[in-house]
Design a protein around this ligand. Structure first.
Ligand code: ADP
Length: 469
């Protein structure tokens, strides 16, 4: 088996005393342990100001996996990370053209850091390694590595949505982005919708076509392009949730709720998550269904995120104001309708809170997948499962057909769906839940990782791979 090299913007190097990494990191580390592996990327640290020469990667081997990380200069972080990745690609790929900011300076920083990654990574690569690159920060990496002469199998997985062509073409360098994708052998998207958007782009912009074997040929290379919906550690999450009765935070929270029904939302504070619209929907629900006042409580757990990006500060104010307005209008001396909490919660407590919640509110305006939706389902008690109220614009909606689907832009509709979720019969809840849970058990994160790697390892015919016009 070839060695597996993973490249991502951040590298979750395990450190003693910090909580274990999430399911994705566990699955990827597992795949690397099985075959030998190297994980390359940014350390999370900054170069001292004034350092001219980029130092060599810091290399450590922990538990069978080698981690090679580099620090980045402040200017690189401003331009590549906060700039082009998070103020252009992130909003645009989440269909939010009005939030984008394109500048030649940040674009050039994006390419400079991708070239730096390639320069520092290339000497560590062996000829038969397979290379798996993750996410929007690193789209041009394969093209950079190929320009340096590397001929390894290379795959790319996009964790966020791939937008329709009318949106993608807002990006002045959209043609380069798609050309960069064609430098990979496998490109993975989250859902069939993303795949369809890619296919439409390729056709409309006349940069390629589908081959009879299903691959795409674009810019003279044949590329396998498929949807590989990312999963979670379903069984582990279910087991943790079932055992969560012993967790002190879960116990205290349950006691504080008494017999009130819990509605839960768990998201990073990001404008893609639709938190403001969700709070408005809850407000409308309290207005239209006054019998629920005092009989339910909505806990929204929302750690702050990307505070260096200005759009996030504006949204933080808006959400905090809304939360205050709802509580001001509806609170009683002995009842607070909304508990808005800006902090992270450990996985065990989170699993227990999901399990206790009658409704999981997962209503992003647009999301590549949304793992919270899957975690909520995995955590439910099979005898008395809660209802997942899910945005039709979350990638997870393509798989979770037992969820109550909603359009988060339709605040009144979401408010109505919330009332319907709270009123749903046990029979309907069980029926909706069991199909979703079965799917999540087979399509877990290990399955996702294996499917992608199987595609990446397919040795294709050299005559088909190269030189196709
Ligand atoms: P995104 O990757 O955009 O943040 P996802 O829903 O796909 O969204 O993944 C978020 C992950 O972060 C989930 O595994 C979720 O459990 C975790 N998470 C989100 N909010 C919190 C929180 N407040 N405390 C702890 N974990 C959280």
């Amino acid at each position: 088996m070839s060695r597996l090299v993973i490249v991502s913007n951040r590298v979750p190097v395990p450190t003693p005393g910090t909580p274990p990494a999430g399911g994705l990191a566990v699955a990827l580390s597992g795949a690397m342990k099985a075959r030998g592996g190297l994980w390359f990327g940014w350390s999370g640290g900054k170069l001292e100001p004034g350092v001219e020469e980029q130092p060599e990667p810091e290399i450590t081997t922990i538990d069978g996996v080698t981690y090679a990380v580099i620090d980045l200069a402040q200017r690189d972080l401003d331009e590549y990370y906060a700039g082009f990745s998070n103020r252009m690609l992130w909003p645009l790929f989440h269909y939010r053209m009005e939030l984008t900011e394109f500048t030649r300076v940040t674009l050039s920083g994006y390419h400079r850091v991708n070239r730096l990654f390639a320069q520092k990574l290339a000497p560590l690569i062996r000829p038969d390694d397979i290379i798996w690159v993750h996410d929007y920060h690193l789209i041009p990496l394969a093209a950079e590595l190929r320009a340096m002469g590397l001929r390894n199998r290379m795959g790319f997985f996009l964790h966020i949505p791939f937008p329709p062509p009318d949106i993608l073409t807002v990006l002045p360098n959209h043609a380069d982005v798609v050309r960069s994708l064609a430098a990979y052998d496998v490109v993975g998207f989250q859902t069939p919708i993303d795949l369809e958007n890619f296919e439409t782009y390729v056709r409309r912009e006349r940069v390629g076509r589908r081959l009879p074997d299903g691959r795409f040929v674009a810019h003279g290379r044949a590329v396998t392009v498929e949807a590989f919906p990312v999963g979670i550690e379903t069984q582990i999450f279910a087991d943790v949730a079932a055992a969560s009765g012993r967790n002190a935070l879960v116990r205290r929270t349950r006691e504080s709720l008494g017999d009130r029904r819990l509605i839960i939302g768990v998201d990073r504070l990001d404008y893609s998550k639709g938190i403001a619209q969700r709070i408005q929907a809850f407000e409308t629900f309290l207005l239209l269904d006054p019998e629920w006042r005092g009989r339910c409580a909505y806990i929204q757990i929302t750690p702050k995120s990307r505070e260096e990006v200005p759009e996030y500060a504006a949204m933080e104010r808006e959400v905090a104001e809304l939360a205050g307005r709802v509580n001001g209008a509806f609170s009683e001396l002995d009842w607070t309708p909304l508990r808005y909490v800006n902090r992270t919660v450990g996985r065990n407590a989170l699993a227990g809170l999901y399990r206790h919640a009658a409704v999981g509110l997962v209503t992003p305006l647009r999301d590549g997948m949304n793992l919270v939706a899957k975690e909520y389902v995995a955590a439910q008690d099979p005898e008395d499962p809660g209802v997942l109220l899910l945005s039709r614009f979350a990638g997870a909606a393509c798989e979770l057909d037992g969820a109550l689907l909603t359009n988060p832009y339709d605040v009144d509709g979401t408010a109505g769906a919330l009332a319907r979720a709270l009123d749903m019969s046990l029979e309907e809840r069980r029926e909706r839940w069991s199909g979703m849970f079965e799917k999540l058990k087979t399509h877990d994160v290990a399955w996702w990782c294996q499917s992608f790697l199987a595609a990446l390892e397919q040795p294709d015919e050299p005559s088909q791979t190269r030189r196709i016009a």
